[in-house]
Design a protein around this ligand. Structure first.
Ligand SMILES: Cc1cc2nc3c(=O)[nH]c(=O)nc-3n(C[C@H](O)[C@H](O)[C@H](O)COP(=O)(O)O)c2cc1C
Length: 201
């Protein structure tokens, strides 16, 4: 009996130590600051508190960024409706891919890759970095891809402004190194990365 209890405890301990896919809570699609107030607050920040973001906040943030707001259509526009972007989410506990359909963070690597997401010091310690990568097979025109990425990033800026969060979009990224660390498929290309967290007081 004692042995069984010990085995169960060991199993539970190993299960909690192992990060898996994260099923996010339903995004909250109402509330927030009025648009003109959010625009008044929109800005870039480069100092972040170490405090983690809740799963609810991550769900809301990702839905605002690139979730579905109509059948098969997104909160961000895309040229010819290519919807060519994937969003990787680098957290301390691992690297995840945002599955907007199922509202799940799919585990890509159980590794803290935040430091690889940009060349500025705050990137490694801020709680979350988004990495924007697009499918070059779906979208051949790089300029259009960057334009599409800009809309996603601005959605994140406005969500952050509305919620009192800090963010900055960043091009100062070693994209080859980051693509390698992620294990990005060859048909994908990284455009920009965006840090999100609480402002440092
Ligand atoms: C395409 C793009 C790339 C950027 N890259 C970086 C970057 O690598 N690092 C950074 O700290 N800020 C970066 N920024 C943020 C700009 O520096 C910032 O938007 C600008 O200084 C204006 O400040 P504001 O956003 O507070 O209005 C980038 C902005 C854009 C649009």
């Amino acid at each position: 009996m004692k042995k069984v209890a010990l085995c169960a405890a060991a199993l539970m301990a190993s299960a909690t130590a192992f990060t898996q896919n994260i099923r996010l809570p339903e995004p909250q699609k109402s509330g927030g600051k009025p648009l003109m107030e959010a625009l008044s607050q929109r800005r870039s920040a480069r100092a972040f508190a170490a405090k983690a973001l809740s799963d609810q906040t991550i769900s809301n943030l990702l839905w605002a960024a690139y979730g579905f707001n109509r059948s098969n259509m997104r909160t961000a526009p895309s040229a010819n409706n290519k919807q060519e972007f994937e969003i990787y989410v680098a957290l301390e506990k691992g690297l995840f891919l945002y599955n907007a359909k199922d509202n799940v963070l799919e585990l890509v690597k159980q590794e803290d890759l935040r430091a690889k997401a940009g060349k500025q010091d705050f990137v490694a310690t801020a709680p979350l970095n988004l990495v924007y990568a697009y499918n070059t097979g779906k979208m051949a025109d790089e300029k259009m891809a960057y334009a599409d990425c800009g809309f996603i990033a601005q959605n994140v800026y406005l969500y952050c402004a509305s919620e009192g969060l800090a963010t900055v979009i960043r091009g100062f990224v070693d994209k080859d190194d980051l693509a390698k660390a992620i294990g990005l498929k060859p048909e994908y290309a990284i455009t920009l990365s965006q840090t999100v967290g609480y402002p440092e007081n």
